[in-house]
Design a protein around this ligand. Structure first.
Ligand code: GLA
Length: 416
């Protein structure tokens, strides 16, 4: 049985006290995410449309008087210690590298410039974002740790809803710069060549809104979803995403190869974002078959995101749902990042009246599907998934009915 967020936070504060002999100074909470549409477009400079879910990674933290980082991950019962003077990568436990990377780039890119230095930290980490499920538990860890490191330096970032302590110094750091820093930590310290979507939404999520993000200009807009009588249902295949990282990098390389070839006819393009569907059709025959499929998917997905935004503005939720379904078809057949289990879950969902749209979400090869479902169809979806999915796959699924939650937040001084 899952714990309520407030119970989890109380437990975290108690565990901190037990572990370090003091209460924490603050607790940071950063959410996981699902992407409604715009998959594998972020690293092609394209558009994404994710939401933060009300599942959070929490870090209880307290400033230390030395330059040590002492971390304890409750759910894994693992500890990690390092010294801020000698941050190096590729150490165990693997989750420690996210924090090493974030600390390193905060120091290099932000603190040094503003005349601050990183401070040692004691922290206890716990959360309810399922791990390795494609719901961005690692981005949540990066974002929460960035805010925790800033917090123990006596800093919060200005002009966001994150701040809660009027006595603390506000640093002028655009949130997208912090998201890019977290992404860099994942790229360079965890070896995952991800785009910027997950970190952005964990930082910038807003309850009942989705984030329309242009991954080239990094401009964004929080768009109201108005989901009255519609629920966000996430189905977890519980398939570990073993191929995710090698195939992810292969897809990136295919897209880059496509751009390189297309540049012979369109010399000004620098990414697939610059290619319209009409131009793509003119030159697609010049591309090797696999490259052609991958690139067509990306070009089409970018247009789908824009159509989805228009559909939402026009209150045409069924059109939005059809675009989600089409996105899944593209990911399955052209981009080839889905898997049998994800396809079974989307097939079940799409066959139910009252499911508006259903698709895989995240990198693929396992993980979760995202479904927009009218309230009165949720029970049927749950029943059918719980019966048919194990029969067809031999695996028990998990289903989470989520609210669209807020991005990262800090709560100070109430844990004594
Ligand atoms: C993972 C990456 C994101 C994005 C998605 C696919 O979640 O971390 O940057 O590329 O896959 O859309």
């Amino acid at each position: 049985m899952e714990q309520k967020p407030s119970i989890l936070i109380d437990r975290l504060a108690q565990e901190f006290h037990k572990h370090f002999g003091h209460p924490p100074d603050f607790i940071v909470s950063a959410p996981g995410r699902v992407n409604l549409i715009g998959e594998h477009t972020d690293y092609n400079d394209g558009f994404v449309f994710p939401v933060a879910i009300d599942k959070y990674l929490h870090i209880a933290a307290r400033k230390r008087s030395d330059d040590q980082v002492h971390l304890h991950a409750l759910d894994m019962n693992e500890a990690c210690t390092f010294n801020l003077g000698t941050i190096e990568d590729a150490k165990t436990p693997p989750w420690g590298n996210y924090l090493r990377g974030v600390a390193h780039f905060l120091q290099e890119q932000v603190l040094r410039k503003s005349g601050h230095t990183l401070n040692g930290i004691s922290a206890v980490i716990a959360g309810n974002v399922p791990i390795s499920a494609g719901l961005s538990s690692s981005a949540a860890l990066e974002v929460a740790s960035a805010l925790a490191f800033l917090g123990v330096c006596g800093l919060e970032i200005a002009n966001t809803g994150i701040n809660s302590n009027s006595e603390i110094e506000l640093i002028q750091l655009p949130p997208m710069e912090l998201a890019a820093l977290c992404q860099r930590a994942e790229n360079e310290f965890a070896g995952v060549n991800c785009g910027i979507m997950d970190q952005s939404i964990s930082l910038l999520g807003k309850a009942d809104h989705a984030l329309f993000l242009d991954c080239r200009s990094l401009e964004y807009k929080q768009i109201p979803l108005n989901l009255t009588d519609i629920l966000l249902v996430i189905c977890n295949t519980n398939v570990k995403r073993e191929l995710a990282s090698s195939e992810y990098n292969k897809r990136r390389a295919e897209c880059e190869k496509g751009v390189e070839i297309l540049q012979q006819w369109m010399p000004t393009i620098t990414s697939l974002r610059d290619v319209t569907l009409a131009d793509f059709k003119k030159y697609e025959a010049e591309l090797p078959q696999i490259t052609q499929k991958r690139c067509r998917y990306v070009v089409e997905e970018n247009t789908r995101v824009q159509s989805a935004i228009d559909a939402l503005a026009a209150k045409e939720i069924n059109t939005f749902g059809k675009l989600m379904n089409a996105s899944h078809t593209g990911l399955r057949d052209a981009y080839e990042v889905s898997c049998d289990e994800l396809n079974i879950l989307t097939d079940i969902a799409q066959s139910i009246d009252g499911v508006i749209g259903a698709r895989m979400t995240g990198a693929g090869f396992g993980g979760c599907t995202v479904n927009l479902v009218y309230q009165d169809a949720v029970e049927e979806l749950q029943d059918r998934v719980m019966k048919e999915y194990p029969r067809r796959t031999g695996i028990e699924p998990d289903i989470y009915i989520c609210n669209v939650g807020d991005g990262a937040r800090i709560k100070w001084n109430s844990y004594g």
